[in-house]
Write a protein that binds this ligand. Structure first.
Ligand SMILES: [Fe+2]
Ligand SMILES: [Fe+2]
Length: 271
């Protein structure tokens, strides 16, 4: 199975770039399942239902959120009726929406997609390790589903790496989101799970993690709040990873970075 995962979509620049590029990326890479993290799509904070609909229409099969899940409150009733829009699975029991979904392809192959959120330098949620282990106890990679992808939305690289090693061999890929910077550590771990500690963002990199430079500099240097942070509006770099799995085992054959447009050095897998 060929899976494309795109990191945090930030603001209009990110939304428009992904909307324009996703159909061509799907075709070029022969993608079976496309997953997009869109927690920052709405002016940097949250995701509005019409933006989710546009991303689904552009070719996203699953959209994930994160710590900004509820910044746009209209998403709360929408997520309850949209199974392919995920929030972290380790929110308290009873939280609207779901933390995982099984996507069935036209040919019958199935992919389980889930999101968990880290706790280091983040809100103290339920344990992401235990929550993920409980979910994975219901599935067998290569037996009941052909692929399993977990988006680990977390700040700390150490927590992401530990998570990936704990579930190495049980899932096709652990892919980090949230830092908005693509890491150069894509690898297939010894047990066969693909890993990259952060997918990067789909947004303007002439910025501070997607937000305008001036406002962020005021906050860090002058300790003044300044204006409300707003997204940088220059050309976005689309950042993510390409994953190819073995349908029989569900394990990863290869993981490669995808970067196109904007300021970052380009990367595109050969297929
Ligand atoms: Fe984000
Ligand atoms: Fe985040």
């Amino acid at each position: 199975m060929r899976i494309l995962f795109l990191g945090d979509v930030v603001g209009r620049a990110g939304r428009e770039a992904v909307g324009a590029a996703l159909p061509a990326l799907r075709a070029r890479l022969g993608i079976d399942v496309a997953i997009v993290n869109a927690e920052n799509a709405s002016h940097g904070f949250g995701l509005a239902p019409e933006m989710a609909r546009a991303l689904f229409a552009a070719g996203a099969d699953v959209i994930t959120l994160g710590n900004h899940a509820w910044d746009r409150k209209e998403i709360i009733p929408y997520i309850a009726e949209t199974p392919r829009l995920l929030r972290p699975l380790n929110y308290p029991p009873g939280t609207p929406g779901a933390g995982s979904v099984v996507v069935e392809l036209a040919d019958g192959r199935k992919a389980l997609v889930a999101q968990a959120m880290g706790r280091l330098f983040m809100d103290p949620l339920d344990c992401p390790f235990r929550g993920s282990a409980d979910l994975l106890a219901k599935y067998r990679l290569g037996v009941t589903v052909n692929a399993i992808v977990i988006d680990l939305h977390a700040e700390a690289t150490s927590e992401k790496m530990a998570f990936a090693h704990i579930f190495d061999g049980q899932v096709s890929m652990v892919i980090g989101t949230h830092t908005h910077c693509p890491s150069a550590d894509a690898q297939v771990l010894p047990g066969g799970t693909a890993f990259q500690s952060d997918a990067g963002m789909c947004g303007d990199y002439d910025s501070v993690i997607g937000m305008t430079k001036d406002g962020a500099a005021l906050r860090f240097w002058k300790k003044l709040p300044g204006e409300r942070l707003s997204p940088a509006e220059g050309e976005a770099t689309i950042c993510g990873v390409f994953l190819e799995t073995d349908d029989m085992t569900g394990l990863a054959r290869r993981i490669e970075p995808v970067r196109t447009g904007g300021r970052l050095s380009p990367a595109m897998p050969a297929v």
